[in-house]
Write a protein that binds this ligand. Structure first.
Ligand code: ASP
Length: 351
């Protein structure tokens, strides 16, 4: 066969399948549970249990996945993500780093419940020591639902891991045809499949039936540029989130400190505000060495430093764009390095 005949056959698609097989990336799927692995008690009711199916059952339910990648599955946990905790985070992060350090591994896809997906993804984005892609997916409907969204999300998630431009983008979240940076994404609706949104900045891109389109790059530190590491860590400092409201007392703040919190994040009203008694209690806490971060209970907007509260005087940290859940993650990791609120404020600007 001469080269012209070869080119003609390639154009006709004759060699497409074999070329694809040899070029396919090796992707590891780490499963942790969630609705994506959930089963309904009855086909006509919405009640279901998270974390019922194992990783291989999830992968088998996705048509044509073998055309995108060579995939191997691993079960890290099988829980509803409302039960996610520091222990599983550390185990998962260490596993992600170990898999990505394997020369043959091209990237990782993680299946996870949606309730705490915004926290786990941000945590991983800060402690993953590789540029190889890490993508997280979940689903809003259980695997047994009439129009389960899990298989489509897994397919698109694998396509994003396999996309060369996903390299160096940190941990990404893919649901409902949309790609999000871990830092920006938030669950905004209790049941809708269009629940994940990057409200302050917009999504990282879109993915339709495996075709990926990227938007803006991420300018904050993550992945290899991050100073945080899980190496040698077997626990994280305790940080509690306290929700502000009208008539808020100091009681929960005092209880949190009594129970050993080293950091407190306030989900403040408006631009990170709270009642005078709460403010007094937090001022005392900060003077006593507890790091206090003012975030907001609102879904979008920045908490500005020294706006209605004098953060300089009180020794507080303003969360900027980070919502309470993400502020808690960054403060936990920040406290592994320092208790100085000035340095921690700097981290809230950089990450
Ligand atoms: N409660 C479930 C979980 O987070 C919800 C979901 O996955 O959509 O595991």
């Amino acid at each position: 066969m001469n080269s012209m005949q070869f080119i003609a056959l390639v154009a006709m698609g004759v060699f497409a399948a074999s070329a694809r097989t040899t070029d396919l990336p090796n992707i590891r799927v780490l499963a942790t549970g969630g609705t994506i692995a959930g089963a309904q008690a009855s086909a006509t009711g919405y009640a279901y249990r998270s974390g019922v199916y194992d990783v291989n059952s999830l992968l088998k339910a996705v048509p044509n996945l073998d055309r995108l990648a060579v995939i191997t599955g691993e079960q890290v946990a099988n829980i509803g993500s409302q039960n996610m905790n520091d222990e599983v985070w550390l185990q998962l992060a260490k596993r992600v780093n170990a898999v990505l350090a394997e020369p043959g591994a091209d990237g990782v896809l993680i299946t996870h419940g949606t309730d705490t997906l915004e926290e786990t993804s941000y945590f991983l984005s800060l402690v993953t020591k590789s540029d190889k892609p890490v993508v997280m997916v979940g689903s809003m409907r259980p695997a047994t639902a009439a129009s389960a969204d899990g298989p489509g999300n897994i397919y698109n998630g694998v396509a994003v891991v396999a996309d060369p431009q996903a390299t160096g983008k940190g941990t990404l979240v893919v649901l409902n045809d949309t790609i999000h940076y871990a830092r920006n994404v938030m669950k905004t609706d209790t049941t809708s499949v269009q629940t994940f949104q990057s409200l302050n900045r917009g999504p990282a891109g879109v993915v339709h039936t495996g075709k990926v389109e990227w938007f803006e790059p991420m300018d904050k530190k993550q992945g290899k540029a991050s100073e945080f590491s899980v190496d040698g860590l077997d626990m994280l400092p305790r940080v509690d989130v306290i929700y502000a409201h009208a008539n808020m007392s100091a009681d929960l703040i005092d209880a949190t400190i009594k129970n050993g919190a080293r950091g407190i994040v306030v989900a403040g009203v408006g631009d990170g505000n709270m009642t005078a008694p709460a403010l007094d209690a937090l001022t005392r806490a900060a003077k006593g060495g507890v790091v206090v971060v003012r975030s907001t209970r609102l879904a979008s907007g920045l908490v500005l430093r020294n706006n209605e509260v004098n953060d300089d005087e009180k020794g507080f940290v303003a969360s900027g764009e980070l919502n309470p859940a993400k502020s808690r993650v960054l403060l936990q990791l920040g406290l592994t390095k320092t208790t100085d609120p000035v340095r921690i404020q700097q981290m809230f600007h950089e990450y």
